[in-house]
Design a protein around this ligand. Structure first.
Ligand code: FMN
Length: 183
């Protein structure tokens, strides 16, 4: 019986160690209203075996595109940070944090503004990414640089939202250039 208990204890210690080793110090945090940015985020997380966190606004945006654009325009104009549905993940566990956003009127989406403002990014490497409908990265990188106080914000990448499902190769190349594997 004693031997049996010893075996179980040893096994659970070994499992805990494996989990600790497997823990990633890379986080992919993203907001996505219609799924494009989520596709890119999932690809990055899968490629780097990183943790993933979806930024969710407490009140979802209207289904209607035009209504959303009008609401977003007001939010951007007034610097509004809509409350989020969930608590932030423990950012202190990560060295590198990817932040993904759709481009909204040339800027980061409002829930991302809340996330970046609430989080403590001091000493972190932050890598922005986005999806867009034609404008490219626009001011989104500057938004993140301004809000993520104390972070080293690297050059971000933006992908056409309509091609998100075909971006795997581009994403792979980009990640290789960043040389993050083994972090
Ligand atoms: C409120 C709003 C504003 C947008 N503004 C822009 C813009 O300024 N430039 C652009 O290229 N696309 C713009 N788009 C298109 C989105 O950036 C694009 O469809 C993106 O891939 C959506 O990502 P998601 O599916 O993750 O929400 C806008 C979309 C919305 C809803």
């Amino acid at each position: 019986m004693k031997k049996h208990l010893f075996g179980i204890t040893l096994l659970s210690c070994l499992c805990a160690a494996t989990q600790a080793n497997a823990a990633s110090n890379i986080l992919v945090a993203y907001y996505s209203k219609t799924g494009n940015t989520q596709i890119v985020a999932q690809e990055i997380a899968q490629e780097l075996k990183a943790d993933i966190y979806e930024i969710k606004p407490a009140s979802p945006y209207p289904a209607d595109y035009h209504t959303t654009t009008e609401q977003a325009k007001e939010e951007i104009k007034n610097g509004i940070k809509p409350p989020l549905a969930d608590a932030l993940p423990n950012l202190s566990a990560y060295k590198v944090i990817f932040i993904g956003t759709p481009i909204w009127w040339g800027h980061i989406a409002s829930p991302v503004r809340t996330f970046v403002t609430q989080g403590d990014f001091q000493g972190k490497t932050v890598i922005p990414f986005c999806t867009h409908g034609g404008s490219g990265i626009a001011s989104s990188q500057n938004d993140i640089k301004t809000l993520a106080t104390g972070a080293n914000v690297l050059d971000g990448r933006c992908f056409y939202g309509s091609s998100a499902t075909n971006s795997a190769t581009d994403i792979e190349h980009w990640l290789k250039q960043l040389k993050l594997k083994g972090n």
